[in-house]
Design a protein around this ligand. Structure first.
Ligand code: AMP
Ligand code: MG
Length: 401
């Protein structure tokens, strides 16, 4: 099979993926990052009553016309109202109600004089300045009115949206279910963290990198684990995982070695192979198949390759499943402060740090088996296929991590 480009690979995968339509109701405490599955319309005005924006006296502007330090206006204080309480008094000619921030403005008053412009009187108060009608007066519905459309279906809920829902008195919200994935790592050499070290063995980092990343992107990982290089065992595990997951992700066993079992696994499962090998580095040997309605994406076992391919290949799938555009890999132009002397026969992704329009390549190797110097990187520098050399000061594209 011919190597395809990254764009072709993504297109092939997206042709198999539909947006998730199943909904569920969650507590507002669990709503952050979820996609709203209902339109939200205000059931009442916010605020629901006219309220005072400050501590002072609710008065009639007509009563204090012309008042100043030399000519204070004396009013009779008939009540006191604090936030959360309602005065049953009406402000009539010559009267005032002592009022605190957030309290409902009593009937009859059309402005609130701040206490610093008075003598703080308790029974009678001297007012030292005039106000226009509706000054220092927050009307009901100032934020939004009953019937206003506040949030549209399809919007991702962030902390502000969660606050708006809480302000409506909502405790729960209807959202689309999260995308579900399984992550199975394969390799006879793999030990799980916590197991004793042994000759010829290495610890499984991919399981942790990929699951952690998927969860940070809002994915629910429904099955995760390590399986030895045994095609039948891997196939059985994937068949079980496919009952729930939207996408099955594996690492290892996709090259042409003796233990590169994933080719056999897709045969056992009766999958339709969609592609094998993408013209990118790292991650060239990536294998993708369709298993029933589900996508099976088999990534290289090399830790950097697996991580980069998750970003480049899985994020577009997640964007399609959820409708969240922000899940697409984000690209930015940047001036490179590092050169890259090697020829790039295929598009190359080099671990780098982006800052203020500039990018620099991380120190150390960019080999696909090297993970530790990806720590601290926040992007991948994209070097297009056919580039002879990247020189310092050139414009490049980076893919943000
Ligand atoms: P493979 O893709 O199976 O040929 O593996 C390529 C390289 O990645 C080998 O050196 C493996 O030992 C290593 N590798 C495979 N799977 C993992 C994993 N889950 N965690 C860390 N390294 C791995
Ligand atoms: Mg292997």
């Amino acid at each position: 099979m011919e190597r395809i480009t990254l764009a072709q690979a993504v297109k092939i995968m997206l042709a198999q993926v539909k947006k998730i339509e199943e909904k569920e109701t969650v507590s507002l405490w669990e709503a952050e990052g979820r996609v709203l599955a209902e339109d939200i319309t205000a059931g009442r005005d916010q605020p629901p009553f006219a309220r005072s924006p400050l501590d002072g006296y609710a008065v009639r502007s007509a009563d204090i016309r012309g008042a100043d330090r030399e000519h204070p206006q004396k009013l009779c204080v008939i009540d006191e109202v604090t936030a959360g309480h309602v005065s049953d008094k009406k402000v009539e000619k010559g009267t005032a109600v002592r009022i605190m921030t957030g309290a409902p403005i009593p009937e009859g008053a059309d402005c609130v004089i701040k206490q610093e412009d008075t003598d703080y009187g308790e029974e009678e108060v001297l007012i030292w300045r005039e106000l226009k009608a509706w000054e220092n007066y927050c009307p009901a519905g100032e934020d939004y009115r009953e019937g206003d459309r506040l949030l549209e279906e399809g919007r991702t809920l962030g902390f502000v949206e969660v606050g708006v829902l809480a302000g409506l008195g909502r405790e729960k919200v209807t959202v689309y279910r999260r995308p579900e994935a399984s992550v199975i790592t394969t390799g006879d050499e793999l030990l799980l963290p916590g197991e004793p070290a042994a000759p010829g063995k290495i610890y499984d980092s991919n399981l942790y990198t990929l699951v952690t990343r998927l969860e940070s992107l809002g994915v629910s990982v429904t099955d995760k684990g390590r399986v030895e290089d045994e095609a039948a065992t891997v196939a059985k595990r994937l068949a079980a995982a496919a009952k729930q997951a939207d996408i099955l992700i594996t690492t290892g066993g996709v090259s042409v070695g003796k233990k590169d079992i994933m080719h056999e696994v897709i045969q056992i499962l009766g999958c339709e192979r969609l592609f094998w090998k993408i013209a990118i580095k790292p991650g060239m040997p990536t294998l993708c198949a369709r298993y029933g309605e589900k996508l099976l994406l088999c990534l290289s076992g090399n830790p950097y390759g697996a991580a980069v391919n998750l970003e480049l290949l899985v994020r577009p799938v997640l964007a399609r499943l959820t409708g969240k555009k922000e899940l697409l890999p984000q690209k930015k132009p940047a001036v490179t402060d590092s050169g890259y002397p090697k020829r790039s026969p295929v598009t190359r992704y080099v671990r780098s740090v982006y800052e203020d329009g500039h990018v620099r390549i991380a120190k150390g190797s960019n080999d696909s088996g090297i993970l530790s110097n990806l720590c601290g990187c926040n992007c991948l520098m994209e070097i297009p296929a056919g580039t002879e050399e990247v020189r310092e000061g050139e414009m490049v594209w980076v893919v943000l991590l």
